[in-house]
Ligand binder design. Structure first.
Ligand code: F3S
Length: 652
């Protein structure tokens, strides 16, 4: 009986899945939205997206004032800038792996030369070239690279850099890079071929080597689907089908009864389309079987062969029951499997019922089959880890901050569980000070960044809490400087006390309250009125973003003694005041707390005064006349002499 096998990594890749999710969420939020080009090269999927209000357009000018989503391929920098200028909102769904190439291209100096290996008309290549400020060339093969050097467009001494379209054929990548390293050793090569593409191509090759016929499902305009077609064609007869209706079913007649038909699909092919192709092919095989047995029994046989379990096979399973130690699952109508807690999750603190419940449909991989009792041991965590690795690699590229729970402290760091994946956070990246207890983090949610994600050594993912904290603080600081205003109020805490004032923590930075701005009253040492840890309400007096300085005042405007003074006193009033300080040019006398007036040396007496201290003493109460009030400068001038001359008194 002919067998049909679908390649392990077929269909939507991480980047396409992510772009669709972003577009769907944006459409839910905004109603009709637009995408620059089709999100996926698949007519059925595009019309389903249209029904959800996601409409493809060819140019930014078609969605002025509307919401635009940039698809996973990315766009040139100028297009993005234009979109941000004319659209109401631009949502970026560029795949993080493509963004990484944009960064490489964008950071090259003007005199560099960029070689982009890929289809020059492909939107991804156009987008990458549109991010370079230097000259950029698109090449498909080594010959074209060679021609750039022989024609002198690039000289051997140039700062030349080579990147690859993410969907570039991995085999060709190796051939080209080997030649470039030999012929033009100064060219700096970046491996930007996407792992999802590599995996899809590898599993297609593995299957094509065993198959008599390969069916490549996907849109004809999808470059990665075309590449799969080309790769599979090197090993066996290969046909192309956009969907089940395009299947050349008569081809089955030429196949031997023990043949394998392989199915693979491009990154933009929906799972439903792959399934429909599989089912249609299945029915055709049965129909064409010359041995006209009972149709139903053949179908059953096929089902059994299709569902035969073997170690390494990925299966869909339904959870039947859960216990403390394991979950029992049904793999097909006739097969039972079990997944132990250790194979369900990486989280040592989780229970089986935290992860699955009866009725859940899950994906798992077979690790062992026991034919004697008809059961299979399965693993969910291995499938999750495989699927998540791609996502984690993208998170590393995008630098996004994520959250997970610390499961345990281990030698040299802690383990955080993020979406069922163990992420190692080295002690130096944990944010715990040297000598601190890592154990204290156990069970706590933490925010971190992925700094390493590789499938080497069975998959290694490393995170950093420290980097996430630092970035969050930097972002908070940047926002602080963007939004700070004179007069803005903060509730702060005294951090340190100096002779000239106190530093108050107002969030991302500490601001200075000068001693004179602490209170309306006269203070000689800030320590006399505040302690470290005191809460203070402060307002911004001035700030300097370049020097990163903020000057604050803790004086409450409602208690401004000047307001009270102006309400109660006028020029010409004769009042009593207390001498609070003596200088060379006069003495200051307090009228009310917070308002001192100056008795200039010439206003102390009708006689000439040379030594003020021989006439006035600190703490002495004197009768004075208010001879001037400067409201702008908050200054009051007092005179004893004026009273001596006029004979006036405050008692009158
Ligand atoms: Fe897909 Fe992004 Fe790779 S769009 S093929 S995951 S570069």
């Amino acid at each position: 009986m002919i067998q049909i096998i679908t390649a392990e990594n077929a269909g939507f890749c991480f980047g396409v899945e992510r772009a669709i999710e972003i577009a769907e969420k944006t459409a839910e939020r905004c109603g009709e939205i637009y995408t620059l080009g089709e999100l996926i090269h698949n007519e059925t999927a595009v019309s389903r997206l249209r029904e959800k209000g996601i409409v493809p357009v060819n140019d930014v000018s078609e969605c002025v004032g509307k919401t635009l989503v940039l698809r996973s391929h990315g766009v040139p920098r100028a297009t993005e800038q234009e979109a941000r200028r004319v659209c109401a909102e631009v949502v970026d769904a560029t795949c993080p792996f493509v963004r990484k190439i944009h960064r490489i291209a964008g950071e090259l100096p003007k005199e560099a030369k960029l070689i982009v290996m890929g289809d020059r008309e492909h939107p991804e290549v156009v987008g990458i070239m549109g991010h370079a400020q230097c000259i950029a060339f698109a090449c498909r093969a080594f010959g074209e690279v060679e021609a750039l050097f022989t024609s002198g467009e690039i000289t051997p001494d140039d700062n030349a850099v080579m990147v690859f379209q993410t969907t570039f054929d991995r085999g060709k990548y190796s051939e080209i890079t080997e030649k470039v390293r030999t012929e033009f050793p100064r060219v700096k090569i970046y491996d930007t071929v996407c792992n999802a593409t590599v995996k899809r191509q590898q599993s297609a090759v593995e299957l094509a080597k065993r198959a008599a016929l390969m069916i490549v499902v996907g849109g004809r305009s999808s470059s990665n689907t075309r590449k799969l077609f080309e790769i599979c064609g090197r090993y066996c007869k290969t046909v192309f089908a956009a969907d089940a209706s395009e299947l050349p079913v008569q081809i089955i007649k030429d196949l031997r009864s023990d043949s394998i038909i392989g199915i693979t699909a491009g990154a933009s092919t929906p799972v439903d389309t792959i399934k429909e192709v599989h089912e249609k092919m299945n029915k055709e095989i049965i129909k064409n079987n010359e041995n006209e047995e009972d149709f139903a029994s053949l179908l059953e046989q096929d089902d059994q062969s299709f569902n035969r379990l073997y170690a390494g096979k990925r299966v869909k399973a339904t959870v039947v029951s859960v216990s403390k130690k394991e979950a029992v699952v049904e793999v097909s109508a006739k097969q039972t499997g079990y997944i132990t807690l250790e194979e369900l999750t990486n989280d040592p603190n989780a229970q089986v019922e935290d992860i699955v419940k009866p009725g859940d449909e899950i994906e798992a991989v077979v690790i062992k089959v026991d034919d004697s009792v008809g059961t299979a041991a399965l693993s969910k965590k291995r499938v999750d880890a495989d699927r998540n690795l791609e996502k984690l690699m993208a998170l590393k590229e995008s630098g996004e901050i994520v959250e997970g729970n610390v499961a345990q402290a281990v030698k040299g760091g802690v383990i955080v569980i993020y979406e069922n994946t163990r992420v190692f956070i080295p002690a130096s990246q944990s944010g715990v000070p040297h000598g601190g207890k890592l154990e204290d983090l156990k069970g706590k949610p933490v925010k971190f960044k992925i700094i390493e994600a590789t499938n080497e050594r069975g998959g290694r993912v490393v995170g950093s809490i420290r980097q996430a904290t630092r970035e969050r603080r930097e972002a908070e600081r940047a926002k602080f400087w963007e939004t700070i205003e004179v007069g803005q109020k903060f509730e702060g805490e005294v951090r340190s006390i100096e002779n000239y004032g106190v530093f108050v923590d107002i969030g991302p930075i500490d601001g200075l309250v000068h001693t004179a701005d602490l209170t309306w009253n006269r203070v000689s040492n800030p320590k006399d009125i505040v302690n470290i840890g005191d809460k203070l309400t402060v307002v911004v007096k001035s700030f300097d973003p370049e020097k990163k300085r903020v000057s604050l005042s803790a004086k409450n405007p409602d208690e401004n003694p000047w307001t009270k003074f102006l309400e109660e006193y006028s020029k010409g009033d004769v009042i009593k005041a207390t001498v609070v300080s003596i200088t060379e040019f006069g003495a200051f006398a307090q009228i009310i707390p917070g308002v001192d007036g100056l008795i200039h040396i010439s206003q102390i007496s009708t006689e000439r005064v040379t030594d003020i201290k021989s006439v006035l003493k600190i703490g002495q109460e004197v009768e004075v006349k208010i001879i001037d009030i400067d409201e702008e400068k908050n200054r009051v001038s007092l005179s004893i002499r004026a009273l001596m001359e006029s004979g006036e008194s405050s008692e009158e």
